[in-house]
Design a binder for this molecule. Structure first.
Ligand code: DX5
Ligand code: ZN
Length: 235
């Protein structure tokens, strides 16, 4: 299966919410994904962990393929794995629309991005909280998305690291100065209470796992997140 074309509604929206299924109820994953789609999500964030790059193991290509049958939203696949090049084809064939690799794991980052694009997906690059922006600056123009981690990857439900806000601001300035059009995504510890701060810093895509799936009403939570984004985005 190849990636489906991106849903036009999703592409139109400048600020996007990408619920991370890591916090969903896995006994009813399909229903959970349908519920966040109905509640107004723009992407579905899929966290892939290998037990080497991060101290946890999650899901692989069969889950990505299965998710495609229950949602029309783009699948935003976040690879937290060593040797990502070995798995690009499998995830894109499974239907990943955006495929993000970590700069700490991709030895030849530019080559990896080109490979992702050649196979028809959008190329994302991600940085751990302690990794400086200069690691991605030379290849930013080739990326479709830059994912700034606001927690050390591996688990959902961790606390947002405030120092990352300045990093998002710097990345935004870097991108705007050069006139690039890639999206800035932030992942880790995002909730209604801090999403405005991150929007103000210049993020475009907001990943939230426990901040959405551990709340009783997904629609209400996503609506409140959007209100916060709108309130703070240009301040
Ligand atoms: C962390 C993952 C995140 C995580 C987000 O390694 O990449 O996507 O699931 O979960 P919350 O929003 O609960 O921090
Ligand atoms: Zn993630």
């Amino acid at each position: 299966m190849k990636p489906k074309p991106m849903n036009p509604r999703t592409l139109e929206r400048a600020k996007k919410i990408s619920p991370s299924i890591l916090s969903a109820d896995f006994t009813q994953l399909g229903e959970e994904v349908k519920a966040v789609e109905k509640a107004g999500a723009d992407y579905i964030h899929v966290d892939v962990m290998d037990g080497h790059f991060v101290p946890n193991i999650t899901v692989g290509p069969p889950i990505v393929e299965a998710l495609h049958t229950v949602t029309s939203l783009p699948l935003d696949v976040h690879l937290m794995i060593q040797n990502p090049d070995d798995f690009l084809e499998a995830f894109i064939e499974a239907g990943a629309n955006i495929l993000t690799v970590h700069v700490e794991a991709a030895v030849h980052l530019h080559r990896t991005m080109m490979e992702i694009k050649k196979r028809g997906a959008r190329a994302g690059i991600s940085l751990n909280p302690a990794t400086p922006l200069c690691f991605i600056e030379p290849v930013l123009e080739y990326a479709d998305l830059a994912l700034v981690m606001a927690v050390n990857p591996g688990f959902s439900g961790q606390e947002f690291i405030p120092a990352v806000v300045a990093k998002i601001e710097q990345l935004r300035q870097m991108i705007d100065k050069k006139g690039f059009s890639l999206e800035v995504e932030v992942d880790g510890g995002i909730k209604i209470e801090n999403i405005g701060l991150v929007a103000k810093a210049g993020a475009d895509v907001f990943v939230s796992g426990s901040g959405i799936f551990k709340t009783p009403n997904y629609q209400k939570t996503i609506a409140e997140m959007r209100q916060q984004i709108e309130k703070y985005k240009n301040k």
